[in-house]
Design a protein around this ligand. Structure first.
Ligand code: SF4
Length: 335
């Protein structure tokens, strides 16, 4: 029999790195699959090779980035097992990602699948019953191995088949991070990734903004979701969104996210943010958006401000004259 091969689901955090390394240390070839969506890992989009190099150089781990953004939107919209504390559909998320990894196993002739889950670490998705549900619904029964807590679970098939030595697996349990820190030290891992994981769906403010957007828009896109993560957001009575950059890099991000039909606004000749209207930019929406953009500019104290607008970033050829919106008018428009 040749050398065994496994896929590992790399969240980008410490636990899945440790699980990966534990299995590599048994002489098994492991490829880390790092799934990205607009809610987690998306900053690596377009930066795949630097991520791959970084993980190879720092941790000795082979990785592959897989963008599942479009399909993942359905998971967030209709999670069978509901949401966690915020807008995080953790159980369905895992079912989806595990089944994606399972589908790749056949192509690559991987023998089993590794995750960094720890029994009892998270209230919703790492209870004994939910670990079982995830396995069952993702079709990964018999191929899934959780090396960090394997000794607290019944032997998994890769152990029974002799692909993995159970004695070298661990019995982590609960929320404490100390055993992970200690193991990282023993493995000589420095600069390891932060434990938080960074999923925006668990963020109370952003999660709520994303939830509202899902409830209002039947055809939400990846681009819409990326836009929700930039700048200040306002919503007008006909459903239009105005986004106002808070810093130069956010203005730049708005330009990158531009798509057909969007309208840009900017105060003329005075420093101020870029605004972007998504949705029907009718005259009332344009006037209101212009007065909000003026409010956040250096011309805020003027009675009337000139605001340029246009349908492409470099073509703000139209002009409006508006008073900056007052502080007390802003709050009800916040999204
Ligand atoms: S925190 Fe986010 S990425 Fe992690 S399982 Fe939950 S929904 Fe998925």
């Amino acid at each position: 029999m040749g050398r065994a091969k496994a896929f590992s689901l790399l969240s980008g955090g410490l636990d899945s790195l440790l699980a990966t390394r534990l299995i590599m240390d048994q002489g098994i070839e492991v490829i880390g699959l790092h799934f990205i969506t607009p809610f987690f890992g998306y900053s690596k989009k377009g930066q795949e090779s630097s991520f791959t190099e970084r993980w190879r150089d720092l941790y000795g781990v082979q990785t592959r980035i897989i963008d599942v953004g479009e399909e993942y939107l359905q998971v967030v919209r209709h999670p069978r097992y509901g949401y966690g504390k915020n807008f995080n559909p953790c159980i369905d998320c895992k079912i989806f990602l595990f089944s994606k990894a399972k589908a790749l196993m056949g192509e690559e002739k991987a023998d089993f699948l590794v995750t960094g889950e720890v029994l009892g670490q998270r209230p919703m998705s790492q209870r004994r019953d939910t670990l079982r549900i995830v396995e069952r619904d993702s079709g990964t029964e018999g191929v899934l191995l959780r090396p960090l807590c394997a000794k607290n679970l019944k032997p998994a098939r890769p152990e029974l088949m002799g692909l993995v030595d159970r004695e070298k697996l661990l019995d982590f349990r609960g929320r404490s991070r100390k055993p992970q820190m200690k193991l990282a030290e023993e493995m000589g891992l420095r600069h390891y990734p932060s434990p938080s994981g960074g999923c925006l769906l668990t963020d109370p403010v952003l999660g709520n903004r994303i939830r509202r957007h899902f409830s209002q828009s039947p055809n939400i896109t990846v681009n819409d979701l990326l836009l929700l993560q930039v700048g200040r957001h306002f919503q007008f009575s006909n459903g239009q969104h105005l986004v106002v950059g808070r810093r130069e890099e956010e203005n730049q991000k708005l330009i990158e996210l531009w798509h057909e039909g969007d309208v840009f606004l900017k105060v003329k000749a005075i420093p101020g943010p870029l605004g972007l209207i998504r949705g029907k930019a009718d005259p009332p929406a344009l006037l209101l958006a212009a007065s909000i953009v003026a409010h956040y500019s250096k011309a805020k104290e003027r009675e009337v401000v000139e605001v340029q607008y246009g349908t492409a970033p470099g073509e703000l050829n139209e002009l409006l004259h508006v008073p900056p919106v007052q502080d007390d008018q802003i709050a009800p428009l916040r999204f």
